[in-house]
Design a protein around this ligand. Sequence first.
Ligand code: UDP
Ligand code: MG
Length: 312
Amino acid sequence: MNKETLISIVIPVYNEEQNLKKVLDGIFYHINNLKDINFEIIVVDDGSIDNTWNIISDYQNRILKGIRFSRNFGKESAIAAGLHYSRGDAVIVIDGDGQHPAELIPEMIKIWREKKVDIVECVKIYRGNEPFFYKIGSIIFYSLLKFSSGLDIKNSSDFKLISKKVVDAYKQFNESLIFYRGIISDIGFTKFQIPFSVKERIADRTKWSFWARVKYAINIATSYSSLPINLITYMGILTLIISIIGIVHTFYKKIEGSAVSGFTTVIILILFLGSLLMISIGIIGIYIAKIFIEVKHRPRYIIKESLNFKKE
Ligand code: UDP
Ligand code: MG
């Protein structure tokens, strides 16, 4: 008898009481016709403080499994837990807010089986209704990231299918501050891309505040690139050159006898160099803080309860 294929679908959710049921209904609707495949759906409740866990535990379907964190640990941790507990021959990660089209799931599976690739990734051709400022910000950020680290993740999303081999490779990445998209992009293996348009959220707003995005960007930049810390050296060299010109100029004026009492210049220089030093120390601080977090090696998440996982 042929061994049957098992596909795991991992859904990280945080306060998605308004969306989760519709998303699950949509997924079940689209996988229903794939009779030759077994599915497990793992919903990871990332410490929701609304009704999300009840929706998971009340949902009547034996292939639905739930993991509930003790508090909010962030989407990356939820994905990590989902992948860790998945048993599928391939795993698909999909958002729980309806922004990732579940109708692409059968196509992803078909491509994975027919083309025998290890990663089927859905690439954004339309980024959804984001504010203009975010669009520009993300273009600049991802271009700089590509330039400094070679990591090209501009239009990539977490919505992809990865084979068990890739899941096993991902599990070897032990960093506390893990970044799913970055790792999958950097991990090698054969890939196939499907374009898709990001949908509007079914309801509610994104949980990402402006500052959360800035922190996320700093985290990615400092995880994958040493450009920020190298910039300090470049800025130092630049200010040194400017200072030498300034020193020569000042001495010249002094010898010429036309040196003015440069109060304004002094103030400007102190403020300028002061801020430059503060920024430099700050950048070094960010790297040290990351080292600090990594050496502590704390768990990425703590599970409070789970649903439908059999003891093995
Ligand atoms: N999410 C999560 N933990 C968090 C924040 C978000 O598990 O701390 C989930 C969220 O419920 C959704 C997915 O991650 O299913 C994407 O989140 P969101 O829609 O807020 O982000 P965006 O789509 O703007 O990237
Ligand atoms: Mg979303």
